[in-house]
Write a protein that binds this ligand. Structure first.
Ligand code: SF4
Length: 195
């Protein structure tokens, strides 16, 4: 690790002040966090930076994602100052995006299923989950399909299932999704950005 004169002075200052203050019983949390931040900045110098878009809402803020290519790990995500929409700023949701990466030990990586009435989660495969969703959608649609309304007019609709889309979907994804939901007969189709 190469340390510039300025970084050396900052680190020495932080460490020296830290020792003196901790011996007086003063909380060293913020000083440690600052030292960690310096380490992170040093790591980021060799990281690969890629630009991307926040997936959470339709504002579409720009992000810079830094990847440690040796460890194959994302080490930082922050607002892109060159992006015309957010100019580097992020809301609280966007600012917490790093928590969605595989570095987070609390992130769910497997399908968990809780059977009706049960208080336990069971691990399941994606094949099982997708098959189960398809089976239940079909059963609910078949059991609730309305061919005609009270006036005897043909409506061919299903009111027992609703669909909610994500603002992160683009036009090309939304078109087949909308066609599929309409083909099933759904009328309650909503979008996260309107809620
Ligand atoms: S950072 Fe916030 S405002 Fe920007 S796209 Fe993400 S969720 Fe939306």
């Amino acid at each position: 690790m190469t340390v510039s004169r300025r970084e050396f002075l900052v680190i020495s200052g932080v460490a020296g002040a830290g020792l003196a203050l901790s011996s007086l019983g003063i909380d060293m949390g913020p000083v440690k966090a600052y030292a960690q931040e310096l380490k992170k900045i040093d790591k980021m110098k060799s990281a690969k930076q890629s630009t991307t878009i926040c997936p959470y809402c339709a504002v579409g803020c720009g992000l810079i994602c830094s990847t440690d290519t040796k460890a194959k790990k994302i080490i930082n995500i922050e607002g892109d100052p060159d992006h015309p929409i957010n100019e580097g700023a992020l809301c609280a949701k966007g600012a917490s995006l790093f928590q969605t990466t595989s570095n987070n030990p609390d992130r769910l990586k497997k399908v968990l299923y809780r059977a009706p009435g049960s208080d336990k989660w069971q691990e399941k495969s994606w094949e099982w989950a997708l098959g189960e969703i398809a089976k239940r959608v079909k059963a609910t649609r078949d059991g609730n399909f309305i061919e005609k309304n009270a006036k005897g007019e043909t409506v061919n609709r299903v009111e027992a299932i609703a669909h909610i889309g994500s603002a992160a979907l683009d036009n090309e994804e939304l078109w087949p999704l909308q066609a599929m939901m309409r083909a099933l007969g759904l009328v309650y189709i909503e979008h996260q950005a309107r809620i």
